[in-house]
Ligand binder design. Sequence first.
Ligand SMILES: Nc1ncnc2c1ncn2[C@@H]1O[C@H](COP(=O)(O)OP(=O)(O)OP(=O)(O)O)[C@@H](O)[C@H]1O
Length: 116
Amino acid sequence: MKKLISSFKYAFQGIQYAFTTQRNIKIHFGIGIIVLLLGIYLKLSLLQWCILFLTINMVITAEMINTALEKTIDLVTEEYRILAKIVKDVAAGAVLISAIFSVIIGILLFYPKIFG
Ligand SMILES: Nc1ncnc2c1ncn2[C@@H]1O[C@H](COP(=O)(O)OP(=O)(O)OP(=O)(O)O)[C@@H](O)[C@H]1O
């Protein structure tokens, strides 16, 4: 039980670090809040809420994994290394893909509600 509580504590420390230090996570979190408020205003269905939560989760999780990989690389080397570049670029690419798809999902969810 004590071990479980301390692993939650460390996980929250990780969340706190990511949300307070990473500009992109702050931006995505802010957009997430706006989209949630818009969802309340537009009275989304249960399925639409599920899709919205999954989408917000996908982007923020991708950002946090990207941060963890960046820090790991910085821990391993401060020199220019092609493998370090590949890891950071692929992780950043994953964030970009999740952000692009979240915009597409946002349009599919909200466009018919606002203009339909
Ligand atoms: N050790 C390295 N070796 C080779 N290329 C690197 C290295 N560190 C960073 N890079 C290159 O610089 C880019 C930016 O890396 P950086 O660590 O500054 O991340 P960032 O995207 O600016 O994130 P943040 O602003 O959150 O620190 C990487 O995508 C990679 O192409």
